[in-house]
Write a protein that binds this ligand. Structure first.
Ligand code: C2E
Ligand code: CA
Ligand code: CA
Ligand code: CA
Length: 279
């Protein structure tokens, strides 16, 4: 009987077992990480292509694991999302990022914005709008300097809810960016029905844009379409000067990428800001 029992479950092989164990372990470590405040927010500058000044930062989460060291978001956000822990983690990121922006505002940088990534679970949470309101109140940050990044998948999964939620936050002054633009569905088509304020052109377009004329045409078309809808365009994943030159030639508004800076801790972000913007 023992043997047949084992056979029945033989599809559950050792590698699946190992993966599941790893996931369970990661889940419990995530819970501990929240308690022990092991999450750190990094900041990546967003540059205005007309003035070459820093006009904002994107907040990007890092996990400083006591034994494993730095863990990148792609390794833990999906599990945090699955377990719902992302709602708690995301609220911390929002608070931390808004506090940091307030700090830079008080230093004299009055026109910066802070972009924060919002996951599906967070966006759909019934308390989402209230949470944002409370954080804005608590940190005393200017609401029109907060920019929430959502992906097309999140935005389109329930369009009616998306429009309602964005409307409520827009009334408070908060703006929205459509992240990873161009990677999803027939993006152009639905863009007019989404009340977002900015689009972020995905890195994959930038990777090949320099010596690829059709790709250049696509990016140029995305930008002029976005401008005709009064949207601000941010290019992400800019790594080379040649890409920046191209983006300026097609009137892209802002850029973000390793060419300017990798995401860095707040102190370093502050010194980059003082160096570039006071020049
Ligand atoms: P994303 O929102 O598309 O963020 C851009 C990613 O590209 C970041 O990776 C950033 O470090 C990276 N990047 C920026 N410039 C360059 C470049 O020039 N070259 C290359 N190769 N990469 C560049 P990161 O920080 O590992 O974050 C990965 C993803 O994790 C993010 O993608 C976002 O979807 C998610 N994420 C990060 N922080 C948070 C958070 O606080 N909450 C949620 N829900 N998701 C987050
Ligand atoms: Ca993003
Ligand atoms: Ca992105
Ligand atoms: Ca991405």
């Amino acid at each position: 009987a023992k043997d047949s029992g084992k056979n029945t479950y033989s599809y559950f092989n050792d590698s699946m077992k190992a993966k599941l164990m790893e996931k369970i372990q990661l889940q419990s470590e995530l819970r501990k990480a929240i308690e022990n405040e092991e999450f750190v927010v990094y900041y990546q500058p967003q540059v205005d292509l007309k003035t070459d000044k820093i006009v904002g930062f994107e907040a990007l989460l890092r996990w400083m694991h006591p034994a494993k060291g730095l863990i990148m978001p792609n390794e833990f956000i999906p599990i945090a999302e699955e377990t719902g822990l992302i709602v708690q983690i995301g609220t911390r990121v929002l608070k931390e990022a808004c506090k940091q922006l307030k700090f830079w505002e008080e230093e004299g940088f009055h026109k910066l914005s802070i972009a924060v990534n919002i996951s599906a679970r967070q966006f759909k949470d019934l308390e989402f709008v209230n949470t944002i309101g409370a954080i804005l109140e608590e940190t005393n940050m200017q609401p029109n300097h907060l920019d929430l990044e959502i992906t097309e998948t999140i935005a389109l999964s329930d369009l009616e809810y998306t429009v309602k939620t964005i409307d409520k936050l827009e009334k408070m002054g908060v703006s929205f960016s459509l992240d990873d633009f161009g990677t999803g569905y027939s993006s152009m088509n639905y863009l007019k029905s989404l009340p977002v304020h900015n689009i972020k052109i995905d890195k994959s377009f930038l990777d090949t844009v320099v010596d690829n004329i059709p790709e250049q045409k696509i990016v140029e078309t995305i930008i002029s379409l976005a401008h005709s809808l009064n949207l601000v365009v941010i290019a992400e994943g800019v790594e080379q000067h040649k890409q920046e030159i191209f983006l300026k030639s097609v009137n892209c508004n802002k850029a973000q990428g390793y060419f300017y800076s990798e995401p860095v801790p707040k102190e370093e972000a502050g010194s980059i800001l003082r160096n570039i913007n006071l020049m």
